[in-house]
Write a protein that binds this ligand. Structure first.
Ligand code: BES
Ligand code: MN
Ligand code: ZN
Length: 488
C-alpha cells in the first residue's frame, strides 16, 4: 500500500475517511448536502465516535457512489492517531476500494501525529499471502493507495524520515516470524536479513559453527547439535553515534524451530514454535529501522540462530555443557534451550563490543504467557533506570512491558549438584528462574534487561496495527528506546 500526502482531496474515485471525535460532528461539514444522511446512517450503526469505532455510508457524489467511512477518535487529542489510521485500513483493505483518502483537516494533529496515522495504516495493511495461491478475488486486498490530506506542515517528512523506517523494520520482523521453519532456518534467516539490509550501511558479520566451536560456545552448540541445520550467529552493527562510544547491544533468541529436543513437546500446537525466533526477528527489524532512519547512535544487534531438534546426535537431559563464559551447565530439560543460546551470545557480545547496556528479547517461557497473557511482555532487569526507560518506550509505542522481579532467592533455585548451573528451576516462577539463568551471564557493571516476549510475538486476534499472526512486537519498542536513550 502506497502512502501519499496531498494538500487537497484528489479527483476520481476513492473512499473518504473522516475522523470523528466522540459526539462532535463538526468534521462532517465538508459533506455538504450529504451530511444529514451520513449522520443518520451513523446513528443507525450506533456509531458514537469512540476511538476505534467506525460507520459506513455511501453518498451520491456528482452521480457516482462514494463510500464515506467515519472513524471514531474519542477525544480530540493525538493519542488516537494510530487507531484512526489502523481502523481505516482494517475497514477498507479488502473492501473493493483501491484508493482511500483520510482527511485530517481541522483536527489540529501535529506533523508527528499525522506520521503516526500513516505508520499505523501501513502496519495494519501488512499481509503475507505468498503461499495462498487459491485466494478468492473477494478475499484479496484491493487497497493500494492511501492519501492523507489536511496534515500539518512537515507531516510527509515525519513519515518518510521517522516512521517509514519503522514500517520497513516491522515488515522484516513479521516476514521472518511468519515464514515456516522449512523456509526460515539459521542460514536462510541470515540471507533474508542480508537482502533486506543491503545498502543501509549496516555492517553484517556472521559466525559459523566452526568459529563458534573455537570460541567455546558449548551451550549454544549443544542446542543445535540435534539438527541438520547449521547454527549461525548473526551480528549487525550500526555506527551512527560518536566514534569509539560503547554500543547498546540488542540480543535476540533465534530458535528457528523448537521441538523441545529430546524433552520433546506435545504435538498439539507445536507448529507455533516456528516463531520461536521472534526475539531475533525483533532485533533484526529494529536494526533495520535504526539504520534506515540513520539513528545517531552506536547499536549492535546479535541473533543466536539454531534449530532445536531431537536426533541421534541430540543432547540428552543430564548432559553437562561448558559455555563460552566458562560456566558449566547441567541440561535438565532440552526444551529450556533459549537460555542456553542466549547465554553464549551474551558472553560474546560483552567480550567483543564492551556494551554498557544489553537488552535481550526472547520467546523464552510458556510461564510468561500464563503470568501476563497477551497484553504485556515481561521485563526483568538489574537496573531500575534501564527498566524504566524500556517501559516508557513501550508505553509510547504500544509495545507494552510489565516489570517482573529477580533476586537472590530465585537465583538459588538454579544451582546444580553436578555443574555450576542447571537450565531449569521448579515449575513455579518459571519465567523468573529463566531470567536468573541469563543474569549469570551478565558481567559486573553491565546494565541488562531481558524481555520475555512469548505472549506477544504472535496474536490470535487483530488489533489496530496488526492482523492475526506475527505482531512485529519489539521493533517499535527498541527503535524508540534507542532514540530516547542513545541518540544525541
Ligand atoms: N520456546 C519455548 C517457550 C514458549 C512457549 C514460547 C510458548 C512461546 C509460547 C521455550 O523454549 C520453552 O520450551 N520453555 C519451556 C521451559 C521449561 C522446559 C522450563 C516452557 O516454557 O515450558
Ligand atoms: Mn523450548
Ligand atoms: Zn524455545
Amino acid at each position: 500500500m502506497q502512502i501519499r500526502f496531498a494538500a487537497s482531496r484528489p479527483e476520481g474515485s476513492h473512499a473518504l475517511v473522516l475522523p470523528v471525535a466522540g459526539l462532535d460532528r463538526s468534521g462532517l461539514e465538508s459533506l455538504g448536502g450529504s451530511r444529514a444522511a451520513v449522520e443518520a446512517a451513523a446513528r443507525l450503526q450506533r456509531f458514537d465516535g469512540e476511538a476505534g469505532g467506525a460507520a459506513e455510508s455511501f453518498i451520491d457524489d456528482n452521480g457516482t457512489a462514494r463510500r464515506v467511512v467515519l472513524v471514531g477518535i474519542g477525544s480530540k487529542g493525538e493519542e488516537s492517531a494510530e487507531k484512526l489510521g489502523g481502523t481505516a485500513v482494517a475497514r477498507l483493505l479488502t473492501s473493493g476500494e483501491t484508493r482511500a483518502v483520510i482527511d485530517l483537516s481541522g483536527l489540529g494533529y501535529s506533523a508527528d501525529a499525522a506520521g503516526k496515522v500513516a505508520l499505523a495504516a501501513s502496519l495494519r495493511g501488512w499481509r503475507y499471502d505468498k503461499y495462498r495461491t487459491k485466494l478468492k478475488d473477494k478475499q484479496k486486498p484491493t487497497l493500494t493507495e492511501l492519501v492523507i490530506v489536511g496534515a500539518a506542515d512537515g507531516a510527509e517528512a515525519r513519515w518518510t524520515e521517522r516512521y517509514e523506517p519503522v514500517l520497513k523494520g516491522s515488515s522484516l520482523t513479521r516476514e521472518l516470524v511468519t515464514e515456516p521453519a522449512n523456509i526460515i532456518y539459521p542460514e536462510s534467516f541470515v540471507e533474508r536479513c542480508r537482502k533486506a539490509m543491503e545498502g543501509t550501511g549496516l555492517e553484517i558479520e556472521v559466525l559459523d559453527q566452526a568459529r563458534m566451536e573455537e570460541l567455546g560456545m558449548g551451550a549454544l552448540l549443544g542446542v543445535s547439535q540435534g539438527s541438520v541445520r547449521k547454527p549461525q550467529l548473526l551480528i549487525m552493527k550500526w555506527n551512527g553515534g560518536a566514534h569509539g562510544e560503547a554500543p547498546v547491544a540488542l540480543i535476540g533468541k533465534g530458535v528457528t524451530f523448537d521441538t523441545g529436543g529430546i524433552s520433546i513437546k506435545p504435538a498439539a500446537g507445536m507448529e507455533s514454535m516456528k516463531w520461536d525466533m521472534g526475539g531475533a526477528g525483533a532485533v533484526a527489524g529494529a536494526m533495520l529501522s535504526i539504520a534506515a532512519r540513520k539513528a545517531k547512535a552506536n547499536v549492535v544487534g546479535l541473533c543466536g540462530l539454531v534449530e532445536n531438534m531431537p536426533d541421534g546426535n541430540a543432547q540428552r537431559p543430564g548432559d553437562v555443557v561448558t559455555s563460552m563464559s566458562g560456566q558449566t551447565i547441567e541440561v535438565i530439560n532440552t526444551d529450556a534451550e533459549g537460555r542456553l543460546v542466549l547465554g553464549d551470545v551474551m558472553t560474546y557480545a560483552q567480550r567483543t563490543f564492551g556494551p554498557k547496556r544489553i537488552v535481550d528479547l526472547a520467546t523464552l517461557t510458556g510461564a510468561m504467557v500464563i503470568s501476563l497473557g497477551h497484553e504485556y511482555a515481561g521485563v526483568f532487569s538489574n537496573d531500575d533506570g534501564l527498566a524504566n526507560e524500556l517501559i516508557a518506550a513501550g508505553t509510547a509505542t504500544g509495545d507494552k512491558l510489565w516489570r517482573m522481579p529477580i533476586g537472590e532467592a530465585y537465583d538459588q533455585l538454579i544451582n546444580s549438584p553436578i555443574a555450576d548451573i542447571k537450565n531449569v528451576g521448579p515449575r513455579e516462577g518459571g519465567s523468573i528462574t529463566a531470567a536468573q539463568f541469563l543474569q549469570r551471564f551478565v558481567d559486573d557493571g553491565v546494565k541488562w534487561a531481558h524481555l520475555d516476549i512469548a505472549g506477544v510475538a504472535w496474536s490470535e486476534k487483530a488489533s489496530s496495527t496488526y492482523d492475526k499472526g506475527a505482531t512485529g512486537y519489539g521493533v517499535r519498542l527498541l527503535d524508540a528506546f534507542v532514540e530516547a536513550t542513545a541518540e544525541k
